[in-house]
Ligand binder design. Structure first.
Ligand code: F6R
Length: 614
């Protein structure tokens, strides 16, 4: 997500801040900005695009030297990547500048309240509501830290906030809820940042802020409280990583880091979308409900991993909405003359928002008068811009070429869309929607549980180093999970791998099974029609022919035990939600195997993160 840095001390704050922003460039961003406090005023510069654009702006309109400054690299969520939406945001009264990482869920209500009292907004961001609220408090005479606590009490969602006051040239105040923040402890100077990479050049002493804490920082003091103002315990630590490890938060690869970010990424994607009245918030360009009621066919169009997320979504969308749903590889879509009418809804999935095949499919669909909803992770990218509506997945930037959190968040966003359509069209009762939303909201800790128990998968990679081919089997939503598991292995471990629907085995692929061939099998939860028992039979079939079976089955499923050479337990979830937990071990297996083989996991050969050519 966004990169945040704040500095107070004897150095030139602007320089410290810009250097810190550069060190956080790896996080991905689409605008950058800096604010300083000098002569009782806040001065700031901010630009869309890379830090070089900000450099150019500073060259033309320099900032004075000052000892207090904050800076930000933004990954757009609310409002496109423009100069105005870039951080810092300065309150209309000029008193405070504020930067933010996260999502303020109730910003629309707060913004309306502020506008009703004649506050004029300069951006479309959720962040600016916090800046305006804080500016109002401070102008009313409230101490900056008290004001921050008062504002935090009004915010819902996830946030790290850092603010400075024009009248306090040495003090910055920061707050944290569900979003990272560390304090860098120097001698006669201090730092706050979203990760240690930002200040590692200056100090290796750090304090990690806890949940719902506020830190009040001057060059010589650091005071941490909870949101109620009670002094809080701090957790000091020494940074032992070098810079490149620090960028990856201590992980060896961005891919591994992104695998571990999945609980938060799914939670953020769900955050603030669903209201108890059943309405879903589409980020931009609403399609009227009356038009959605007329939809008679859905076509999901995407490439690669996003296509597999679409295959998962089809099961849920058809089940919940009773609308026929096709899933199509984008590069095939427009060349087969698909049947599209004004009542066709095309849903495109794209992490980058720039995939040329998907974009061409959108253009084709819109020429045929279909409505297009994009599910995308990159705010302001071409695909959402060219679509009628967009639901952003809030996964944060994905740097590793192989998509991981992109997949899980695409599935989550598709489910939100499916439930929304079901609600609009009356194909599910509100209590049914509510129950599924409850289950979805409960998945992040379950994903975390899978992550916490991955050691056997890592060991497995070491045992499978010499294998020439790996097969993956699944049924129902487990089938696209099998495809995704195979794709990950091909992409980063350069290993032949195939995914099949388990029922197709006997129609051909079973001929591939011989002694020692590893086969991963995703077993559906027990009690789902006869699906579970059918898959257990499939495991027996391949094992009888010498396969080495790696079985992913839910906790408590004893039926698989006799046939599993290796058994990996998944948390108990309903069938449709199982991909959110079952994909994770397969991602990690590929990451681990590629690491052991000595390959560049983040930049596999011949692949690009954003495929902008057809
Ligand atoms: C696989 C992978 C690719 C992408 C595909 C679509 O790990 O990363 O298969 O999923 O190129 O990319 P987006 O989602 O950016 O359209």
């Amino acid at each position: 997500m966004c990169g945040i840095i704040g500095y107070t001390g004897p150095r030139v704050a602007r320089e410290v801040v810009i250097a810190g922003l550069r060190r956080m460039e790896y996080r991905g961003y689409d605008s950058a900005g800096v604010a300083i406090v000098a002569d009782g005023r806040i001065e700031y510069r901010k630009k869309a695009g890379k830090i070089t654009n900000l450099d150019a702006e500073l060259a033309v309109h320099p900032l004075p030297d000052a000892g207090l400054g904050i800076g930000h690299t933004r990954w757009a969520t609310h409002g496109g990547p423009t100069d105005a939406n870039a951080h810092p945001h300065v309150s209309a009264n000029g008193r405070v500048a504020l930067i933010h990482n996260g999502i303020i869920e109730n910003f629309a209500t707060l913004r309306a309240e502020l506008q009703a009292s004649d506050v004029v907004f300069a951006s479309q961001t959720d962040t600016e509501t916090a800046a305006q609220l804080l500016g109002r408090e401070v102008a009313a005479g409230t101490d900056l830290a008290d004001a921050m606590r008062a504002v935090c009490a009004r915010l819902e969602g996830a946030f790290t906030l850092v603010a400075v006051d024009a009248q306090e040239p040495e003090r910055l105040v920061a707050a944290r809820r569900n979003s990272p923040l560390v304090v860098g402890v120097g001698q006669g100077e201090n730092f706050v940042a979203s990760d240690v990479a930002a200040f590692i050049e200056f100090t290796r002493h750090a304090i990690e802020l806890g949940q719902d804490q506020v830190v009040d920082v001057t060059p010589t003091s650091i005071t941490v409280t909870d949101f109620a103002g009670n002094l809080a315990q701090t957790h000091p630590f020494e940074v032992t990583w070098d810079l490149s490890a620090a960028e990856k938060a201590g992980y060896d690869w961005f891919m591994r880091k992104e695998i571990y970010e999945q609980p938060g990424a799914v939670a953020d994607t769900l955050l603030g979308r669903y209201h108890p009245d059943g309405s879903l918030k589409l980020d931009e360009l609403h399609i009227p409900e009356a038009e959605l009621r007329l939809i008679d066919k859905i076509i999901i169009v995407a490439c690669g991993t996003a296509y597999y997320a679409g295959l998962v979504a089809k099961y849920a969308i058809e089940h919940w909405t009773r609308i026929a749903c096709e899933v199509e590889i984008a590069s095939e879509f427009r060349y087969r003359d698909p049947i599209i009418t004004g009542s066709t809804l095309v849903v495109t999935l794209s992490q980058s928002g720039e995939t040329a095949d998907t974009l061409m499919a959108i253009r084709h669909a819109r020429e045929q008068h279909a409505k297009v909803i994009a599910i995308c992770n990159t705010n302001g990218a071409t695909i959402p811009r060219e679509s009628d509506a967009v639901i952003y997945t809030h996964a944060g930037p994905e740097i590793g070429v192989a998509s991981t959190k992109g997949f899980l968040t695409q599935v989550a966003a598709c489910y939100l869309l499916g439930l929304y359509l079901a609600q609009v069209r009356g194909t599910m009762y509100d209590d049914e929607i509510h129950a599924v939303m409850g289950e979805l909201a409960a998945t992040p800790p379950l994903i975390q549980k899978v992550l916490d128990e991955l050691d056997p998968i890592k060991q497995l990679a070491a045992d499978f180093l010499g294998k020439k081919s790996v097969l993956f089997l699944g049924r129902h939503v487990g089938y696209p999970v099998a495809l995704e598991g195979a794709l990950k292995l091909k992409e980063i471990a350069y290993l032949h791998a195939e995914g099949f629907p388990a029922g197709e085995l006997k129609h051909g692929p079973i001929a591939l099974v011989e002694d020692g061939v590893p086969i991963f099998i995703v077993v559906p939860p027990q009690g789902r029609d006869q699906l579970h028992d059918k898959v257990v039979s499939n495991i027996q079939e391949v094992r009888a022919r010498g396969a080495l079976t790696v079985v992913l089955a839910e906790e408590g499923d004893a039926e698989v035990e006799p046939y599993a050479d290796i058994l990996f337990r998944l948390p108990r979830v309903s069938t449709l939600l199982q991909p959110l937990v079952a994909t994770v071990p397969l991602q990690m297996f590929a990451c681990e195997l590629a690491t052991l083989k000595g390959y560049d996991v983040d930049q596999p050969r011949n692949l690009a993160k954003s495929v902008t050519v057809e």
